[in-house]
Design a protein around this ligand. Structure first.
Ligand code: PLP
Length: 384
């Protein structure tokens, strides 16, 4: 048996998504900017996907800009808002949480290289940003605040509405990277009160290379992908029609099945988590247990190196992760767990199990049956 417990890295595309991508490639190859029939058919696919993406996050279709994924949406948000701030006045300070994805953290570093100052907000032991910490970090120079909705490694959900309100009190724009929350919990741009929100199709059974940035009407950002008049002058370049068509179908599926599927997945995740804690000694869950997306659990295994456990589980047919997909293959400690103040060994002995479409009770049972033996074997090897 093979079981995939790495849905925060990427998800399998749903069958209807595959159909939509193939159909767009085969039948709707026109350029959506073309006036003729072929172009208009492709344009209709974009319009439909824009409506579906907007409905998933409680937004208006006209405020969605399609991108090549979450990384580009984060770049567009931060670099675009920074350029607008530079043109408007003297604000040159950006704030982000210390547990952001590299797409945000490295973009903040890029802004610092061009003369901005930055503050990384601390998180508490459960991975939550305290609104008071943001209030204390705000200065009259702060132009942009970026705090992720849900964390990719531990699944923790941040109090975004409270944080956005604080940013707004000080005249700053608020961006949230919702790549790991969209389709897992209800996401509504108005309830969150944000100005900019990033999402990525391949995290919710859509294709890779398609995502979106939602931009609140009136929020000032400068286009960073200069080119033609695509996406209402907000992102130049002929649109990835097949990918975007797949994103649209994935968004509709996610919206239709969200409450039932998240209940199903939460029950599976809880059984997996409780089963691991009960059967394997020296284990502990990282991150807030309540404010958490339903599909993720991050567990420390005493006396083990996470990478070794990942490889041993892979040999048994179970795909898991040591955290951020981008840093796997290296033995770097997790910046997320480190920011939570966990001791060094726990930043290197933690495994992320992230569930989704296709996971079953049988797969969780199979994992729980094999895991104790795999862990004790590794522990014996380490002790030698
Ligand atoms: N933001 C978060 C929180 C993520 O988990 C990821 C993907 O791992 C990204 C951004 C990047 O998204 P993409 O892979 O679509 O560029």
């Amino acid at each position: 048996m093979r079981a995939y417990f790495d849905h925060n890295a990427t998800t399998p595309p749903a069958p209807d998504v595959i159909e939509a991508v193939v159909g767009a490639l085969r039948d709707d190859f026109g350029n959506p900017s073309s006036v003729h029939h072929f172009g208009q058919r492709a344009k209709a696919l974009l319009d439909d996907a824009r409506t579906a993406a907007a409905e998933l996050i409680g937004a208006e279709p006209g405020d969605i800009v399609f991108t090549s994924g979450g990384t580009e949406a984060d770049n567009m948000a931060l670099r675009g808002a920074a350029e607008a701030a530079e043109a408007a006045g003297s604000r040159r300070h950006v704030i982000a949480s210390a547990i952001e994805h590299e797409a945000v953290l490295n973009t903040v570093k890029a802004l610092v290289r061009r003369g901005w100052t930055s503050t990384l907000l601390p998180v508490d032991a459960s991975g939550i940003v305290a609104p008071g910490a943001l209030a204390a970090a705000m200065t009259p120079q702060t132009a942009i605040v970026s705090v992720m909705h849900a964390n990719n490694e531990i699944g923790t959900i941040q109090p975004i509405a409270d944080l956005a309100a604080i940013a707004h009190e000080h005249g700053a724009l608020f961006h949230t990277d919702a790549v790991q929350s969209v389709a897992k919990v209800p996401v509504d741009v108005r309830a969150l009160g944000v100005d900019l929100l990033s999402l990525s199709a391949h995290k919710f059974n859509g294709p890779k290379g398609a995502g979106a940035l939602w931009i609140r009407r009136g929020a000032r950002i400068v286009s960073t992908m200069t080119g033609g008049k695509h996406e209402r002058n907000r992102r130049g370049g002929t649109e990835n029609v097949p990918g975007i068509a797949g994103l649209g179908v994935a968004a509709r599926l996610a919206r239709a099945k969200l409450p039932a599927e998240s209940t199903r997945i939460a029950a599976l995740r809880d059984r997996l988590e409780q089963g691991v804690l009960a059967r394997v000694t020296g284990t502990a869950v990282n991150g807030d247990l309540a404010a958490r997306v339903p599909n993720t659990t991050n567990i420390s295994f005493d006396g083990i190196e996470a990478e070794s456990l990942l490889i041993a589980l892979d040999l048994e047919g179970f795909a898991v992760s040591t955290g951020s997909a981008c840093s796997s293959g290296t033995l770097e400690p997790s910046h997320v767990l480190r920011a939570m103040g966990l001791p060094t060994h726990r930043t290197q002995n933690s495994i992320r199990f992230s569930l989704g479409l296709g996971n079953t009770d049988q797969q969780v049972d199979a994992l729980l049956e094999r895991l104790p033996a795999v862990v004790s074997k590794l522990r014996t090897l380490v002790r030698r």
